[in-house]
Design a protein around this ligand. Sequence first.
Ligand code: 3E9
Ligand code: MG
Ligand code: MG
Ligand code: MG
Ligand code: MG
Ligand code: MG
Length: 365
Amino acid sequence: MEHGVLVPPVYSPIPPAIHPRHEHFDRRTAAWAQEFGIGSNALREKLIGHEIGTFAARILPDGDEEVIALLADFVLWLFGVDDGHCEEGELGTDPKELVPELSRLLRIAQNPQVPMLTDDPLAAGLRDLRRRMELHGTPAQLARWVDALREYFLSVVWEASHRSKGTVPDLNDYTLMRLYDGATSVVMPLLEMGRGYELQPHERDDTAVRAAAEMAYFIITWDNDLFSYHKESRAQQWYLNVVRVLEHHHGMDPAQAMETAVAQRDRVMCLFLRLQARLSATGSPQLRQYLDSLAAFIRAAQDWGISSRRYTTPEDPADLPTAFRDTPTDDSTEPLDIPAVSWWWDTVPEGPAPAASHRGSALDG
Ligand code: 3E9
Ligand code: MG
Ligand code: MG
Ligand code: MG
Ligand code: MG
Ligand code: MG
């Protein structure tokens, strides 16, 4: 491997799970991508080989099959935007042109009937995704999906600004950007749809519950940064991941940066588990499902991340782990020195979780 950096097995205390028809979802998503012509021919050929249906089958192992297929198509569509427009396309180095294009797509997500972008395959695909989402989601869930798409778009414009200048954000800015540019928050409404429930706003928007979701986004994207480091660093173009940020701003070599990133995600994982236990003890059944789905999403991204051809790149093999470890490399309960997220630690008091007694009443502020 070009940089000689070994990605170690990462701490994964969450059990794996997969919907038994995962190969069916791979085939279905390939057909969808062909039908709508997502991406250039070359990008589409790559994406349909990345087992994205299997990824969705891991995220929603007991989910509604139509929603698993919808999630898979949406993730493939997101890669159509993230790879096609942002990382490999011309708009990705031109934030001022990226803004209007993403804003037009956002309008399609919000009002799919508008006669805009009528010849655009990504817009056609998005119309189809929106139509299918209406069959499975509530109006509030659809509205949150549009809002989350907006926050993803905002963050990729920020990223494009760095790409256009060839700069690397510092760790705090990178963390804030990465909470959204991994498109993790935009997947959340589908997790509810896939299991047929709706989390009420007073629980979802509770500060501690939002912290739990953000911790999941952090773990998923830090893991992605480890597993995609080979793919990204060998591509002969500007790239951004936490390893690069730590090398650039903290004077680390790639191995030290990798070790530091692993310690960061381990500390957040330990915190997530403690918070999940606390919130599950007092929250509604819907909140427990939501927290379970966050955990399943984390584990799904790990299992898919070490096995998908997207990251193993067989033509120039990555040195990825084939297993996980059951202890953290760093179990410190100290907050990370990242101001944007150090408040997460305030949501989890030290000590054991309360007994599971006062269900449905104990969440506020
Ligand atoms: C991820 O970051 C970019 C998203 C658009 C990928 C779509 C995937 C999801 C919505 C689910 C979350 C899963 C993750 C983050 C794997 P990046 O670093 O551009 O992804 P890459 O695959 O290129 O490393
Ligand atoms: Mg169904
Ligand atoms: Mg990206
Ligand atoms: Mg990428
Ligand atoms: Mg809300
Ligand atoms: Mg990546």
